[in-house]
Design a protein around this ligand. Structure first.
Ligand SMILES: [Zn+2]
Ligand SMILES: [Zn+2]
Length: 174
């Protein structure tokens, strides 16, 4: 397990050796990781050059578990229920950090509100202007075909492809 190297051997012995639950050592405290998903999230953050903390893991986990492209407000409102010490500033700063390090995507599809996505694999998005839902559109083909539009001397790292309109649900209503 690759994540293992982040766990301190010395403290592992203190906590009952190799077989004890994995945990994170931050500067002042030890946080026991209660499930393997957290190990994956911990590794994902570390791979993106982000120092994992309890709050960063919680925000990243929320994004991975909720593929609804939530905004900062929603994430704060949901997480503050279990982390009462969480501040809005921490949520905003963490989201900015996650997006800056490519651990998550920041979508600017909706000019009133930034949306966040824990899925960083290439895909396009569709914003329904009626209900405000941001949908995932599997668009590998479109993305691949779009890249030759850029002159060969430019190096493309990311392509953001946004569609806006009405979703099938809202279309049916009218
Ligand atoms: Zn809709
Ligand atoms: Zn998405």
């Amino acid at each position: 397990m690759r994540a293992k190297k982040f766990f301190s051997q010395k403290n592992a012995q203190k906590f009952g050796g190799e077989n004890s639950a994995p945990y994170i050592c931050t500067r002042n405290k030890v946080v026991i990781i209660t499930n393997m998903d957290d190990v994956k999230i911990y590794q994902h953050l570390a791979d993106c050059g982000i120092k994992p903390s309890v709050q960063r893991i919680a925000i990243m986990r929320y994004l991975m578990e909720h593929r609804t492209h939530p905004n900062a407000e929603t994430i704060y409102n949901e997480l503050v229920k279990t982390i009462p010490t969480l501040s809005k500033t921490t949520v905003y700063n963490t989201l900015k950090l996650l997006a800056g390090q490519n651990a998550a995507l920041m979508l600017t599809i909706d000019e009133r509100n930034a949306h966040f996505d824990g899925d960083t694999t290439p895909h396009a998005h569709f914003l329904c202007k009626e209900c405000g839902t941001v949908y995932d559109i599997p668009a590998h083909e479109v993305l691949t075909n779009a890249s030759p539009c850029v002159p060969g001397t430019f190096q493309t790292d990311t392509i953001d492809l946004y569609f806006r309109g009405r979703c099938p649900k809202c279309n049916k209503k009218n």
